[in-house]
Design a protein around this ligand. Structure first.
Ligand code: SF4
Length: 224
């Protein structure tokens, strides 16, 4: 099934990102999430009418360019990617094809979803959408369950390799703990993007530090 004519509703596309998966990666943040986890730092991605439509073919072209620039993987986050299962399937199928065409079968495809494992197991649509994902990180964000597990926001979230490449690449990280959080800052024309998973209190501390230096946000994505 090749569906590069599909469009995906996205919040952001940025690269290289370095804090959501191993190495330098293309990051695609899907727009729209009905799960409304308390403490979500990405509330701007909730409204499915927000963001913009981007063609899967266009995203595949960015991925191809990323591979030419030496990227190590693609991370799809959100928002909730499985709210758009057909477009997600098309994106991952295209990304898989591009990596093979580029002679880079070593680069991986990682998907974050707020869906729980049991919800995924009960959904043939989700299984189809994730066919080409090498690994998924599953589960709602639970603000009351902080964690030091790499690339996860709360202790309940599970990193699950799905392919031999996924096992090779993510196996060493399944229970790996990080001493500190890693946040990447990217400034674009209209926003400052904090990429990664902060620990409890870190965003408020950052706001206070910036305010002390005279920098305040007009709005931010982690407050109602
Ligand atoms: S943490 Fe993820 S799954 Fe939860 S509300 Fe935010 S975007 Fe949705």
């Amino acid at each position: 099934m090749e569906l590069t004519g599909e469009t995906l509703r996205v919040s952001d596309v940025l690269g290289p990102i370095t804090t959501l998966g191993p190495g330098r990666r293309l990051g695609v943040w899907v727009q729209g999430c009905p799960l409304a986890c308390a403490g979500c730092m990405s509330r701007h991605t909730w409204d499915p009418r927000g963001g913009r439509d981007v063609g899967v073919g266009q995203l595949a072209a960015l991925w191809r360019q990323g591979l030419a620039d030496g990227y190590d993987g693609l991370t799809v986050s959100g928002g909730e990617p499985l709210e758009q299962p057909r477009a997600l399937a098309a994106l991952l199928a295209a990304a898989d094809r591009v990596r093979r065409e580029a002679g880079r079968p070593d680069v991986d495809l990682l998907v974050y979803t707020g869906r729980e494992d049991a919800e995924l197991a009960a959904s043939p649509q989700a299984a189809a959408a994730l066919t080409h994902a090498d690994a998924v990180i599953t589960g709602r964000y639970r603000v009351g369950e902080p964690t030091r597990l790499v690339w996860r926001g709360s202790a309940n979230q599970r990193l699950a390799p799905r392919t031999p490449l996924g096992h090779r690449r993510y196996g060493p990280h399944l229970t790996r703990l990080a001493d500190r959080s890693e946040l990447q800052v990217r400034v674009t024309a209209d926003a400052v993007h904090l990429i990664g998973i902060p620990r409890p209190g870190e965003l408020s501390a950052l706001e206070r530090d910036l305010a002390a230096r005279g920098v305040t946000f007009q709005e931010n994505s982690w407050r109602p």
